[in-house]
Design a protein around this ligand. Structure first.
Ligand code: SF4
Length: 472
């Protein structure tokens, strides 16, 4: 895959250093994600054979991707059969324009919006507000982000970086809620504020957690009921859906929904699972008069045809973020992307400018915790290594790193050089002034700024090996 080589402006190192210096951030993020991580670990055994279910989910998604053209056409046929309208958008700009045109056609003044990562990708809320349409995020986390003029820092729990006192002060300022750190009172204040927005909305926008081809169904899962309110009361509803969100059948949907809840927030099921198939029928008590699905490509077909295809299996559960020691330490903002963490480190360079986000595939210690966490078994560490290699081939690796890896390769291939390196390390341990032997010399000192240089073993491994295998 070839990518444009433009700017190198997105400085991940500076942003992560700033995040680490932010008081309380690491503690807030890691405390919150660990709760989800532990919840997932406790609930997965309820699936009986969790590995088999994860394998099944991976196979469902892979099969769909390999026949995506057929399932997309079946899905569209069924949405239309239920009175819905289908639009295709190759780019984010096209998707935004389609949705803005639907709003203009219906004289829409107020929109309520459920959480949607695809809409974050295309900055939909800002585009609609620029058209003078009041657009309100109704997911509590996204609502806090919106009123605080902040950015989400996690794909499932957007305000994981904020503490309760910070939210309390924000609500006091924006909603006039008397200062309280009681989450129930704060949630009630948001609910009262949003209730009026739901009543007055002309249009609802949602994403799509799973699309079912055999029925033309859009499934959204939420914990607050805001998804249901955003899609049943307004007269026009638009679902913005990445083309990779499809599964073939309702049975497949059940597998994904079960895994999604357990993997993301450590719940048996999310509180609301909302299934929408077309516009309101005569016998229906509620539902939109018009239902639109906007199918978003935005680089997905390019990924589908590439060696990164398995990334499209992602169900956006956030489990890889929760498991990642790098994400837990720096939070999501340091990635400067809609998608942080391991999945973001791969998707962002593919969705956005490859060279601008060249730092992200290196934001990983290859501990493989994400591989263990991913419910659809995406080989995230292997793909990160592949992308690093692609960066190297495209000339995005610093000359010094190139040199260091070349030297390392020579050392590993030559017994004599390996032995010499060993002796030099031992000499450094012996000669370096006390307290200094844990720090490397420049330019390697950048590595030991945050870590200790390991002390050399008393007896090298290859000598022990020789002792054990004298004839070898
Ligand atoms: S890569 Fe896997 S673990 Fe990460 S968000 Fe996607 S499905 Fe979840």
């Amino acid at each position: 895959m070839s990518h444009g080589q433009t700017t190198t402006g997105a400085d991940f190192h500076a942003r992560s250093a700033a995040a680490m210096a932010q008081p309380g951030l690491s503690a807030a993020v890691s405390g919150a994600v660990l709760r989800q991580y532990e919840g997932r670990k406790a609930l997965l055994p309820e699936l009986g054979d969790p590995l088999a279910v994860r394998q099944l989910a991976a196979e469902i998604k892979s099969h769909t991707l390999q026949h995506l053209d057929q399932y997309l056409s079946l899905f569209c046929e069924n949405v239309r059969r239920h009175g819905g309208h289908v639009h295709f958008a190759r780019t984010g700009e096209q998707a935004g324009e389609i949705i803005r045109q639907i709003a203009r056609d219906h004289g829409v003044k107020r929109i309520v919006k459920a959480k949607s990562m695809a809409s974050e990708e295309i900055h939909l809320t800002a585009a609609l507000e620029a058209d003078g349409i009041e657009t309100v995020e109704t997911d509590l986390g996204e609502f806090i982000v919106q009123v605080g003029e902040d950015k989400p820092s996690h794909i499932v729990t957007p305000v994981i970086h904020m503490t309760t006192p910070q939210i309390a002060r924000l609500f006091e300022k924006v909603l006039g809620t008397p200062y309280t750190e009681d989450p129930e009172v704060l949630t009630r204040a948001a609910r009262v504020h949003l209730r009026e927005k739901f009543r007055a909305a002309d249009m609802g926008i949602c994403g799509c957690n799973v699309g079912v081809a055999e029925t033309g169904t859009v499934a959204i899962v939420t914990n607050e009921g805001n998804g249901r309110l955003s899609t049943t009361h307004p007269r026009v509803v638009v679902s913005l859906m990445g083309i990779e969100k499809l599964v073939p059948t309702m049975k497949d949907l059940a597998v994904i929904v079960k895994l999604l809840a357990k993997s993301s927030t450590g719940q048996r099921l999310t509180v609301y699972t909302n299934l929408m198939s077309g516009s309101k029928r005569p016998a229906d008590l509620d539902g939109p008069e018009e239902f639109h699905v906007v199918l978003l490509d935005r680089g997905r077909t390019r990924i589908l045809a590439s060696e990164y295809q398995e990334l499209l299996r992602c169900i956006r559960c956030g489990a890889c973020l929760n498991a990642c020691p790098v994400y837990r330490t720096i939070g999501g903002h340091a990635y400067n992307s809609v998608y942080p963490g391991p999945i973001g480190s791969l998707l962002t360079p593919l969705f956005e400018d490859f060279s601008e986000y060249k730092d992200l595939p290196n934001a990983c210690s290859l501990c493989e915790a994400c591989l263990d966490a991913c419910p659809v078994r995406i080989s995230l560490p292997a793909l990160l290594i592949r992308m690093r290699d692609e960066l190297r081939r495209e000339g995005h690796m610093h000359w010094f790193q190139r040199l260091a890896f070349r030297a390392w390769r020579w050392g590993m291939l030559s017994h004599a050089l390996y032995g010499m390196g060993n002796r030099m390390g031992r000499l450094w341990d012996w000669l370096a002034p006390r307290g200094w032997h844990r720090r490397a010399m420049p330019p390697f000192s950048i590595w030991t700024k945050y870590r200790d240089l390991p002390v050399m073993a008393k007896r090298p491994f290859f000598k022990m090996w020789d002792d054990l295998n004298p004839s070898a």
